[in-house]
Design a protein around this ligand. Structure first.
Ligand code: C2E
Ligand code: CA
Ligand code: CA
Length: 642
């Protein structure tokens, strides 16, 4: 039996029970009431008639009513209702035999058809039950009429055909009613299905609009909502929470190297692992776009956020997804993570905490990646918003809040200072020291870098002019500066004014700058070079220009980025350092390695034949005065650092 049919039957049973409840009362009462016609038409047997009708009527009502109340199966009740009608009819017919008013009886017998009508109209009978009931009534009539009465043929023709006709009509009506009922049922079902589908579609749409299609995690929109409600709960009820930002290291390179399909598969498995961590801690994880993920969670202290962040980092690492194309000593996919806790961060808008986590993430990336950094207001500059940095940068030179520090670059084979790198320092109006990593990008964006850069050159030239003991100073320049038409002229004028030999000045240009693509930059480099200023390539190995850059443009010196030294404590890292050193040496250009922090690193670099080194192992950046003193002593390398 089909599911639909079963559903229909179940519904029918319910309807039958309901219909029978009132129908038995009506039918029972009608049956008893017909005592009145009995009195008129067969008055000689009225006592029996009344007794019989009362007995059958009340038994009918009481018996079936009780069963309905007891929840007896609807089919059984249906059968009893039908049987009751047939028994009521047969008993009435029997009664008419005993009456002497045969003429009356002959009319009266036509009323038997009423039983058929009652059976089919008041009860919700199934077709076969209706057929049985009406059939039995018709049969009983014919059998008893032929056996017990002696009416003329015309009578049989008239009343008999009435019975047959009634039988056919009532059965037809029953069939039609049942068909109609089934149709109504189907329509109701259809409507319900449609409604359910609409509801499901609505739910699906809602889900689609809040989930990330690739990973199935919450999308940015859903996360924003969650962030707002967490933030609101914190502001209004004091329920603390944390934000964890996850960035997959060197993921663009992964995609380029392994293809987007592997990239997507990697993201999906990482998403799954991170979601498991989030679930364990009752947090919510989402994809912020690209390879950025975000985790929000309720927690009571910053350490809890950091612990969950560390768990995420470990889970990603544990997946051990191979990544041969990354630029450091590792060979598997890892994540850099920035975390922030709501307390201690301005509560004026929810984005503040995300910004804090972003800053922590930058720090994590800056610390060789694959690590977790927790935002701590004290570690970061108090001047936090970009606007206030821009303001500090704009007025820095005129207010005298900008200065230079110098970090020596040693020639370890000769044991003396080769040069000093000029590094800019800036103090915000409230006295906080801003890191170049914070203010240089802002200055580049606002254009203030031009003025800051000019200051750097002026100051560098002033220091060079002040003492011959400092052999050389290198100054960092941005692409924005190089692209300015008056840049070279400004530098030339400064050199003329201070009388410094151009060969004592170097410019450090970061690899990856538009050296190749921007013709103005290339022209500026050419003009500076003709002027006699040295051109150094900074941060070599971090950009994409790499080889093509050093083979096309001849630099006086190439500075290998500190990333390589710092990764050199593993065999693979050491090999990478050696490869890049050999690459530069083979190009015939002078090599400086920066970021040297330990004696082991110095040893290793010496083995590789690198003599020009810079880093905390030798000196931290120092004031011009300190540098002058160091240089005045002959700029000799202390034995401890030798
Ligand atoms: P950079 O050119 O790579 O400068 C070297 C940075 O590494 C400096 O950071 C220096 O303090 C740091 N450093 C030196 N030795 C070590 C070491 O052994 N270990 C580690 N971990 N770090 C070391 P600083 O001064 O914060 O400068 C950051 C960046 O800001 C510079 O990177 C440079 O790109 C930019 N910058 C600094 N001054 C100027 C400037 O006057 N003009 C422009 N355009 N950019 C500048
Ligand atoms: Ca530099
Ligand atoms: Ca550098």
């Amino acid at each position: 039996m089909s599911v639909l049919k079963r559903l229909y039957e179940a519904q029918q049973r319910q309807a039958q029970r309901q219909d029978a409840r009132s129908a038995i009362w009506f039918v029972g009462a009608l049956y008893i009431l017909f005592s009145i016609t009995d009195a008129i038409l067969i008055g000689d047997v009225i006592v029996y008639a009344v007794l019989l009708r009362l007995a059958i009527g009340t038994v009918y009502i009481a018996c079936i009513g009780l069963q309905i109340r007891r929840d007896v199966d609807a089919r059984l009740i249906e059968l009893q209702c039908a049987l009751g009608v047939v028994v009521g009819y047969a008993s009435w017919l029997l009664l008419t035999f005993f009456s002497d008013h045969s003429a009356n009886v002959s009319y009266y017998l036509a009323y038997g058809t009423v039983f058929m009508m009652v059976a089919n109209l008041f009860f919700n009978f199934r077709f076969r039950v209706a057929l049985l009931t009406s059939g039995l009534i018709t049969l009983i009539f014919f059998v008893s009429a032929f056996l017990c009465f002696d009416f003329p043929f015309h009578y049989y023709a008239a009343i008999g055909s009435l019975y047959v006709l009634s039988f056919v009509l009532t059965i037809f009506i029953n069939w039609k009613l049942n068909l109609e009922r089934y149709r109504v049922f189907l329509n109701a079902m259809r409507a319900e299905i449609r409604q359910r589908q609409a509801a499901e579609r609505g739910e699906e749409l809602l889900k689609l609009s809040t989930t990330d299609a690739l990973t199935g995690l919450a999308n940015r929109r859903a996360i924003d909502q969650e962030l707002h409600s967490l933030w609101k709960a914190w502001r209004e009820g004091g329920a603390a929470f944390g934000v964890v930002l996850i960035d997959i290291d060197y993921f663009r390179m992964f995609n380029d190297y392994y293809g987007h399909q592997r990239g997507d598969a990697g993201l999906v498995s990482m998403a799954r692992a991170m979601a498991a961590v989030a679930r364990r801690h009752g947090g919510r994880i989402g994809r912020f776009g690209g390879e950025d993920f975000i985790l929000l969670l309720r927690c009571e202290e910053p350490e809890a956020v950091a612990a969950v962040a560390e768990e995420v980092r470990r889970e990603v690492e544990a997946l051990a997804i191979p990544h041969e194309a990354r630029m450091d000593h590792l060979a598997a996919v890892t994540a850099s993570i920035g975390a922030a806790f709501c307390r201690g961060i301005a509560a004026d808008k929810p984005e503040r905490i995300v910004t804090a986590a972003e800053r922590a993430l930058l720090l994590a990336k800056d610390s060789n990646r694959n690590c977790v950094k927790l935002f701590d207001g004290r570690l970061f500059d108090r001047v936090s918003s970009q606007d206030s940095v821009a303001e500090a940068v704009r007025t820095a030179v005129e207010r005298g809040r900008v200065s230079l520090v110098f970090q020596p670059i040693w020639d370890v084979s000769a044991g003396r200072i080769l040069a000093a790198e000029a590094l800019m320092r800036l103090t915000a109006p409230d006295g906080t020291a801003l890191s170049p990593a914070t203010f240089i990008p802002v200055a580049e964006r606002t254009g203030a870098i031009v003025e800051l850069g000019a200051f750097a050159f002026r100051e560098a030239c002033r220091q060079l002019a002040a003492t011959e003991a400092i052999p050389m100073v290198s100054v960092n320049v941005s692409a924005v500066q190089l692209g300015r038409p008056d840049f070279v002229e400004t530098v030339a004028a400064l050199l003329r004014e201070t009388g410094v030999a151009p060969a004592r000045l170097a410019v450090e240009i970061t690899e990856g700058l538009e050296i190749d693509t921007d013709s103005r930059v290339a022209e500026a480099i050419g003009a500076l070079s003709r002027l006699g200023v040295q051109i150094w390539l900074d941060d070599f190995g971090t950009g994409f220009a790499g080889l093509s850059c050093i083979s096309r443009i001849s630099f006086d010196t190439i500075k290998v980025d500190r990333l390589f030294v710092q990764a050199s404590d593993t065999p693979r890292g050491a090999k990478m350092l050696k490869d890049i050193v050999t690459l530069v040496q083979n190009s015939g250009q002078r090599i400086v390695v920066e970021g040297v922090e330990t004696a082991d690193q110095v040893e290793l670099l010496k083995q590789y034949g690198v003599a020009l080194l810079q880093g905390y192992y030798f000196n931290r950046p120092m004031s011009a005065e300190a540098l002058r003193m160091l240089a005045a002593k002959g700029g000799r390398l202390a034995s401890s650092a030798g």
